[in-house]
Design a protein around this ligand. Structure first.
Ligand SMILES: *[C@@H]1O[C@H](CO)[C@@H](O)[C@H](O)[C@H]1NC(C)=O
Ligand SMILES: *[C@@H]1O[C@H](CO)[C@@H](O)[C@H](O)[C@H]1NC(C)=O
Length: 363
């Protein structure tokens, strides 16, 4: 009896990352994700994030994606953001996951077959606005997030190619786009908020001099309305041209250009904002029926979860040890609060209160 219980204890200790003598202590990769360059998808290695022994573990999926990797369990982390018909967003590997727990391991869910990825199930998208501006392309969409494995009721968070440890969220995630002329170009700066059955995604022109500003990654707690101010509506599918927005966090008050400072998460939920972001003008919108554009998508019932190669549980454990700037509870609380506001501070405040309540309820 004594013998077998010590074996059980020893087995438990061996499973616990904290008990390992040589647990990783370093979090930074040799090269930050945002500094990695690939001329085309064909130039990608199997895994873009090849660093081993770091706090957040290894890359959950892979980057060489093709017809063999294309199914609803795909762990492809090479994404496309080409047009209203042909784009991908990041979503969890396993059903019922929260964004905060899985941001480092998300995989590509695409609107069109052909990229070696999972597909957004038929009917999951209920509205979308695609806008091309001089410096970027963006999509704001409404969806049943449970169909891309995000837990119903999760208020979500932000993905971008930076992160506190510079490995990006998801780690090793890369994006290409044909929206900037010619063949697919790697998108260097981008941001994606998802949660509350809504997403917004901006991919900045890699040749644009201000890509890092338009696709700023430091405002991860204030959601779509502040990072991608928009007038998108559920049940409407449209593609437009638009003006550039003000840089996220930059606003004009009494004729003076101001820069917002996002408070630290330790100071609690963000309950007031000093400005209402300006929604840039859009034009030349064409509207369409989703069924005519999003063809070839599987139904939700056909969606299966993966074989579990990615060990999400242990990876998210190390994720919290890394304590990434802002995508933990704070992002969950306010990211989508602002994201779901209609763009006015009043509405935003109501949402913030609602979200604070929701977080307490969920935790
Ligand atoms: C398809 O992708 C898989 C997984 O990344 C890879 O092992 C295989 O070599 C690829 N096939 C081709 C023909 O590129
Ligand atoms: C998805 O594709 C991978 C790679 O080819 C394969 O191992 C896996 O069994 C497939 N899963 C499903 C559900 O078809």
């Amino acid at each position: 009896m004594i013998g077998s219980s010590s074996i059980a204890v020893a087995a438990l200790l061996a499973l616990s990352p904290l008990a390992q003598a040589q647990a990783p202590t370093n979090q930074f990769p040799q090269t930050p994700l945002a500094d990695k360059r690939y001329d085309s998808p064909a130039a990608l290695p199997y895994k873009v994030d090849s660093d081993t022994g770091l706090l957040r573990g290894s890359q959950a999926g892979f980057n060489i994606c093709n017809s063999t990797t294309e199914n609803q369990s795909s762990l492809c982390q090479t994404s496309y953001f080409n047009s209203v018909e042909d784009f991908c967003i990041w979503g969890p590997i396993e059903k019922d996951s929260t964004v905060a727990d899985t941001e480092g391991e998300m995989v590509a869910w695409c609107s069109k077959p052909g990229h070696g990825t999972r597909l957004i199930p038929q009917g999951a998208l209920t509205g979308i606005q695609w806008i091309k501006t001089p410096d970027y392309v963006q999509a704001v969409g409404f969806l049943d997030q449970s169909q891309i494995n995000i837990k119903a009721g999760d208020w979500g968070g932000e993905m971008d190619p930076h992160g506190a440890d510079l490995r990006g969220n998801p780690m090793g995630g890369v994006i290409f786009s044909t929206a900037f002329g010619g063949s697919a170009k790697q998108v260097i700066e981008w941001h994606n908020f998802v949660g509350g059955n809504k997403f917004c995604f901006k991919a900045c022109d890699p040749a644009g001099p201000n890509a890092a500003h338009f696709c700023e990654h430091i405002y991860d707690r204030i959601g779509c309305d502040y990072n991608i101010p928009n007038a998108a509506q559920d049940k409407v599918f449209e593609s437009c041209l638009g003006d550039n927005q003000d840089y996220p966090g930059v606003y004009t008050s009494n004729g003076q250009v101001m820069t917002y400072t996002q408070p630290a998460e330790s100071l609690g939920a963000i309950s007031t904002m000093p400005y209402t972001p300006k929604v840039p003008a859009s034009s030349s919108c064409s509207t369409f029926e989703s069924a005519k554009v999003y063809t070839g998508l599987p139904t939700a019932a056909a969606t299966t979860t993966s074989g579990g190669a990615a060990a999400t549980g242990s990876v998210s454990g190390s994720g919290s040890a890394t304590s990434k700037a802002g995508t933990a509870v704070g992002a969950k609380a306010t990211g989508t609060a602002a994201g779901n506001g209609a763009g006015s501070v009043g509405v935003g405040l109501v949402s913030v209160m609602g979200v604070v309540g929701a977080v307490v309820f969920l935790s």
